[in-house]
Design a binder for this molecule. Sequence first.
Ligand code: FA5
Length: 341
Amino acid sequence: MAITLEELRQQFHEQLRQANAAEAFEDLRVRYLGKKGEITGLLRNMGALAPEKRKEYGAKVNALKEEAEMSIKKRIEEAHARELELKIAATERYDLTLPSTLSEGSYHPITLVQREVEQIFASMGFTIEDYDEIVDDYHCFEALNIPKHHPARDMQDTYYLSNGQLLKTHTSAAQNAIMRKYGAPLRAIFPGRCFRNESTDACHENTFFQMEGIMIDENISISNLIYFMKTMLSEVFQRDVKVRLRPGFFPFVEPGFELDISCAICGGKGCPSCKNSGWLELCPCGMIHPNVLKAGGIDTEKYTGFAFGLGLTRLAMMKYGIKDIRDLNSGNLRSLNQFVK
Ligand code: FA5
């Protein structure tokens, strides 16, 4: 029985599907579309049809012929593209000996001081902890002896989220979780980004970094606190820096202190970077309030501890002589690239 147009069509496509080389495509073209090809042959046999059927049949055979030509062409193009890809892949070898045309990347100055301070405290037995940026009211305030409506909440202009949580205003927000996680004795530092909805100037940003530190053990006193603060500053600056300690109020420490550093930009004379005072608030600290220890599950009969909240962004300003804190968040690569290390 003679093969129908549809059967021939399916047979052609099946053979085309199986073909995978240039010669195979050419063979198919000759077999179906050549002078003596199977599709071409159908046109030759049209004479045997009744005259009124010839037109319709001829159109169908021509459509099949065109379809076969296009299908073969498409497969040949795909094969060429694949061949090209393989050639490119084979020649794309990297010559590691070629000189680089790219400039060297650099670490952000805050990353540099953060790592430096981390190393100093790690060498003194402190672990380095990580904590969330989005926290709840309990951890940021209540667990730190700052109940609702306490005036101390006004010291930090908070960004509240619509779900009732908030952006961490200070790294102290991690104190409770870390005390609960490790218990006493404990030595830990936890750097982090903080957010405050306040107007910016040369020494205030609304996004800045702090590094919190806590040490809890038997017989910890203010002299331990002063020793660790002095060691950290002399290691970071590698020279004597003028600091002053004055009383400071924070509900989560008692007693509390403000540790200020003599402004490295003006040498203490007064400039916009230190709000013309010659001093910059750098690292408030104090003895952890017993209410905070209790909230953290620490036995206050046995343990005492100190805590500090180092302004990492300000430390980077002082260490590298950056006059305006806003430059650190500017993304200006020309100024940030100076800190290649
Ligand atoms: C606090 O945030 C307390 N949690 C610190 C603390 C911890 C005290 C443990 C006692 C014990 P304060 O708001 O002062 O405190 O911020 C601490 C330091 O972060 C400041 O001294 C300053 O160096 C830095 N800082 C605060 N606000 C900004 C700001 N807007 N921009 C840049 N740095 C800031």
